[in-house]
Ligand binder design. Structure first.
Ligand code: F6R
Length: 642
């Protein structure tokens, strides 16, 4: 138990696999691509084949993008590279949109000069009785080439590597396996429903992976933080197959800050060693942790509490627990404001937002048409009620998350409506029939027709407008950006392009906001939030010298998956029970998302329930720290772009 920690620090390294932490996944990906490129070049000079073990999923995509760039811009050749992919669903046609064969072609192989014969991916089409032979042969081919030089890995929420689910033995080899329920849930969006996800896959074994000369496991985003902590610091167990990497002599884990956040050296560095520099942020983090560990409010922490938990240096620096307590208490107190747009005519020295100008022009960016109300509905309502000129910009159409039967329902409505009012009846009847027919023919996971995609987008538009009207903003302040990167009809999106960023730049130039809100959420299972945020950052980078931008604050809210840690929060907007109820009703306007629990990465709770649980939890945490007791709190972090 932490409560009984000895006075001296443990000074032990808790990581059992070397870890490299980068400030962003982009930087981490470039590092990994460079490592791979360096080896490719060495092998080329030696005149030997370079054997790579490759992974699919959202994690390695930017490594592949960088390898493509190195090939195109720096002439990196893959002619002598041989690849072995970790896994493939079974059964699976290689042309199918969920196939890892197709994934690898789209993300890497079609863009480099690798020889087709050197590409190996488990075959999802072989008859069952031949699978064993196939797998044995797969292993043999790796051996004949001298083994894998570098094995890239992602990690699943179950801790799986490849598709080696919990229970896989350390010695396991390439084989047919049954997928875990959590893995199937995570793949549900790729297959448009969990029921369509194959129950089996062919995967390289843990033993196959461990034979690689070097292993690089990657993980990005806060959604991976918990499993990374277990994989890197926990005991080796077949219940978390990634822990087996601890037994490899040349494995490394590459992380961004978000995915490293649960590692001891990041989460509680004071428990390990003397902290070189106790900055304000680290002190706040440590004090919040101490309160939560001891179940005490801030103002009741004593010198002893600090000393016994590796934080004696803070007391030496600040004089006494009392001084530190007051400092942190005040900092947290100052994050709380019922005036997210700034309180007019008030002293704003210690407020998160400036009093002037008042009212403010505000732009709320919402990656999908509903993140605005789910993540910051209470603050949205307050901003409008307090007289600010609030605009909402829906970055994507969100069409992928609409069920087919809703399309039939809405098209049928339009058809009936037109019939009742004798409006262009034949045209709408024709469209209705066409839509129904195309949906009937559609196989699970198949891309929608243009009409269906458009109708799905319109359904979400209608809901978003209803939500905005309910909160009280005029229609002219609702902007549907339909950013092109999203419009593939597939879970896999296009890379962010100039036209995406241009759309954001143009909107901001037009409105010249004093305040921007954006989803600072990295753990979106589709990565859409991540891309949407990147577009805003790139736009602001171009605009930061403009006079209006110099006077603009950018606030980040967290999307539907996770909340900011208490010590990170820079603006906490309390909600009364009535306001929370109003927020719930605004979320209810997004009826097509009611079945959101069916989507990947989501637990079984609907969005409004998760949003309320989260807002209650933040309020509870503030209360436990000895601050005021509120019903609910929405939380924001300020991003300083200039
Ligand atoms: C992919 C694979 C899996 C993924 C893991 C993480 O070939 O074998 O182990 O690496 O499920 O998936 P993402 O990267 O989508 O989070």
């Amino acid at each position: 138990m932490l409560n009984s920690l000895p006075m001296s620090k443990s000074r032990t390294r808790t990581e059992k696999i070397p870890v490299k932490i980068f400030s962003s996944s982009d930087e981490g990906s470039v590092f990994v691509a460079k490592e791979i490129a360096a080896l490719i070049k060495i092998r080329q000079l030696e005149g030997k084949p370079c054997v790579l073990g490759l992974a699919t999923g959202s994690t390695p995509t930017r490594v592949y993008a960088e390898l493509i760039r190195l090939h195109q811009k720096e002439k990196l050749s893959f002619k002598h590279v041989h690849t072995f992919n970790l896994d493939e669903y079974y059964p699976m046609e290689p042309g199918s949109i969920q196939s890892y064969v197709r994934f690898m072609r789209e993300h890497l192989f079609d863009h480099i000069d690798i020889l087709k014969k050197n590409i190996h991916i488990p075959d999802g089409t072989i008859p069952k009785e031949k699978i064993q032979d196939f797998c044995r042969n797969y292993e043999k081919r790796i051996e004949l080439l001298g083994g894998i030089d570098i094995q890239l890995l992602g990690v699943g929420r179950t801790g799986h590597i490849g598709f080696n689910e919990p229970g896989s033995s350390e010695k396991s080899i390439t084989r047919l396996i049954t997928l875990d329920q959590v893995t199937r849930l995570d793949a549900a969006s790729d297959f448009f429903g969990e029921e369509n996800v194959p129950s089996k896959a062919i995967t390289m074994g843990v033993g196959t992976i461990l034979k690689a000369k070097k292993i690089i496991m990657l993980a990005w985003g806060e959604g991976k933080a918990a499993i990374i902590q277990k994989a890197v610091e926990g005991p080796v167990t077949d219940q978390i197959p990634s822990t087996f990497l601890q037994n490899h002599s040349n494995a490394i884990v590459v992380l961004d800050e978000a995915s490293s956040s649960q590692l001891t050296k990041v989460k509680t560095p004071w428990l390990l060693d003397t902290v070189e520099e106790w900055g304000d942020k680290l002190i706040r983090k440590a004090v919040v942790w101490l309160c939560q560990t001891l179940n005490k409010p801030i103002l009741k922490l004593t010198n002893n509490d600090y000393a016994e938990h590796g934080m004696g240096d803070i007391i030496t620096e600040w004089g006494s627990a009392y001084q530190v307590n007051i400092k942190v208490f005040n900092e947290l107190q100052h994050t709380i404001t019922g005036w997210p747009g700034g309180k007019p005519k008030a002293d704003d020295t210690h407020r998160p937002e400036r009093a002037k100008p008042f009212p403010k022009r505000v732009v709320i960016f919402s990656p999908h048409p509903d993140d605005d109300v789910i993540s910051m509905g209470g603050t949205f309502i307050r901003l409008v009620d307090q007289g600010h000129n609030v605009h909402v910009a829906y970055q994507t159409s969100g069409n992928i998350a609409v069920f087919d039967d809703d399309v039939v329902r809405f098209t049928d409505f339009v058809n009936d409506f037109n019939t009742q009012y004798s409006l262009n009846k034949s045209e709408s009847e024709r469209l209705f029939k066409k839509v129904v027919q195309s949906l009937r023919k559609k196989t699970p996971g198949e891309i929608d027709s243009q009409e269906v995609m458009r109708i799905k987008g319109l359904i979400r538009r209608g809901e978003a407008k209803a939500g905005c009207r309910y909160v009280g903003i005029p229609d002219k302040n609702i902007h549907f950006l339909d950013m092109p990167f999203y419009e593939t009809g597939l879970v896999k999106k296009k890379p962010l392009a100039e036209k995406d960023i241009r759309i954001i730049v143009d909107l901001l130039e037009e409105i010249k906001p004093h305040q921007i809100y954006a989803a600072g959420d990295l753990s979106d299972p589709h990565g859409t939030h991540r891309v949407c945020l990147s577009a805003i950052f790139q736009a602001m980078d171009r605009l930061k010298k403009k006079p209006w931008a110099k006077d603009c604050y950018l606030w980040l809210y967290r999307g539907a998956w996770q909340e900011w840690d208490i010590d990170q929060i820079e603006m906490a907007v309390p909600l009364s029970p009535d306001e929370l109820f109003k927020k719930r009703r605004a979320i209810f306007k997004h009826q097509s998302q009611k079945d959101s629990a069916l989507f990947p990465g989501n637990d079984a709770r609907e969005f409004w329930v998760r949003a309320e649980d989260r807002n209650h939890a933040t309020a509870h945490a503030y209360n436990q720290l000895g601050l005021a007791e509120y019903e609910a709190i929405e939380a924001f972090v300020r991003y300083k772009f200039n």
